[in-house]
Ligand binder design. Sequence first.
Ligand SMILES: *[C@@H]1O[C@H](CO)[C@@H](O)[C@H](O)[C@H]1NC(C)=O
Ligand SMILES: *[C@@H]1O[C@H](CO)[C@@H](O)[C@H](O)[C@H]1NC(C)=O
Ligand SMILES: *[C@@H]1O[C@H](CO)[C@@H](O)[C@H](O)[C@H]1NC(C)=O
Ligand SMILES: *[C@@H]1O[C@H](CO)[C@@H](O)[C@H](O)[C@H]1NC(C)=O
Ligand SMILES: *[C@@H]1O[C@H](CO)[C@@H](O)[C@H](O)[C@H]1NC(C)=O
Ligand SMILES: [Zn+2]
Length: 428
Amino acid sequence: MKLLLVLFSCSLLTAKCRPVSKISGRGSFNKLLLISFDGFRWDYDQDADTPNMDALVKEGVKAKYITPPMITMTSPSHFTTITGRWIEDHGVVHNMMFNSTSLLKLTHVATLKRSEWWDNGALPLWITAQNQGLKTASFFYPGGGVNYSGQAVDRSLLKPYNHPDDNETEWQNNIDTVMGWFTEEDFDFVTLYFGEPDNIGHKTGPDTQERVKIIEQIDRTIGYLRNAIQKHNLVHRLNVIITSDHGMTTIKKKPMVEEIQLSKYLNFLTLTHFDLLDYGGFGMIRPRKGKEQEVYDLLKNAHPNLTVYRKEEIPENFHLARNSRIQPIVVMGDLGFNLNSRLILYVNKGDHGFHNGEMDMKTIFRAFGPNFKKNFLSEPFDSINIYPLMCKLLGVSPAPNNGSLLYTEMMLVDGRTLRSYVYYTLIK
Ligand SMILES: *[C@@H]1O[C@H](CO)[C@@H](O)[C@H](O)[C@H]1NC(C)=O
Ligand SMILES: *[C@@H]1O[C@H](CO)[C@@H](O)[C@H](O)[C@H]1NC(C)=O
Ligand SMILES: *[C@@H]1O[C@H](CO)[C@@H](O)[C@H](O)[C@H]1NC(C)=O
Ligand SMILES: *[C@@H]1O[C@H](CO)[C@@H](O)[C@H](O)[C@H]1NC(C)=O
Ligand SMILES: *[C@@H]1O[C@H](CO)[C@@H](O)[C@H](O)[C@H]1NC(C)=O
Ligand SMILES: [Zn+2]
């Protein structure tokens, strides 16, 4: 009897507050645009002229910085944001797709079209939202171009191969396209990805005039976005989150330091079957059968700025070990020490993939729109918590995830939406 009463009052409440999308539009829930500027280090706005980002601080929410998951790489981190799952759970453990038995390796760009790399059981928000009646789209966002349990994102654009990352006119066109999706086609949730400032950060290093210039271009683009939102009459209907996947650091080179070159310490040919190295500060090695201890011993004290883990030893709080794609030996360089395998061919001046506790790996979080407080400075939090925030803003009942609203709900103007959302989840 008591139980019945409780359920009854809950359903009365939800009848009033629940999303009514299937009946008559989206009720009290606003649309959401998630924007990622790849490789935007948390402090990049401090030495650049960024009037639009500065204005957004007054008009919305800024986090001091946010912490990406370990591995601070593009696909793993973007997929944590869109799934709310740790990397060991969502399984996208690298930018490259690989098979350590067949020795197959695919580039990041090729991987963006391969469902088998992304579809490991953790459902990204596009799909969860679509299953609850929303309309979603991905514009170049990593993971948006494949199928999950056979289901594609409603609208998805893939970045063409060798596409220039820094064309400001095209950035504006892309924003216009997305505004059209919201206003003319009534999309509820769109993710929009930009390849900068990552590209410049790699090419010239983060502490250069070129990087400052691209931040100012990004800032103008954010200004363009603010105008476009007004022009399309979306000011009171659209929430916007601007974030990124990792930071960037200057690579340490000779003669400043002794670079890490693993072939100095072990014979790849006789001891290893497969490796994923020469890709920033994180790498993995699969030794030949019976050679695991030898590889480990050879690397353990090889270089003062190299850390080696057996898979079983990877710290629990990396949330990394519990996935079959993680190889028996994991290697990490100290900040700025890239992991070179056989030769030092690396020409990039900046890189990432380093420990997510390093300040240079931290990234940005900004948000504005009808549901966000104004002039609100948030303490730092983990990027994994963006997922439940997005679900709450959209009125979507979240899939199982590892994030929490505890760190973000105080950014919102109204706790009431939260309560109706909880009831909605209970009733489901
Ligand atoms: C990896 O390659 C091996 C050997 O070709 C194959 O048997 C296995 O199914 C592949 N694994 C995956 C996950 O594709
Ligand atoms: C997704 O599924 C559709 C329909 O089955 C198919 O045409 C498309 O090629 C699939 N896309 C990928 C990336 O596998
Ligand atoms: C930039 O993009 C615009 C619009 O797509 C195009 O017309 C222009 O040629 C591009 N500029 C460069 C330098 O690629
Ligand atoms: C590299 O190792 C040396 C020796 O342990 C240490 O003093 C230095 O701080 C390390 N560099 C970084 C960036 O951690
Ligand atoms: C993350 O969430 C998934 C799904 O709820 C759960 O299975 C997993 O144990 C969680 N991971 C941690 C470290 O709590
Ligand atoms: Zn990236």
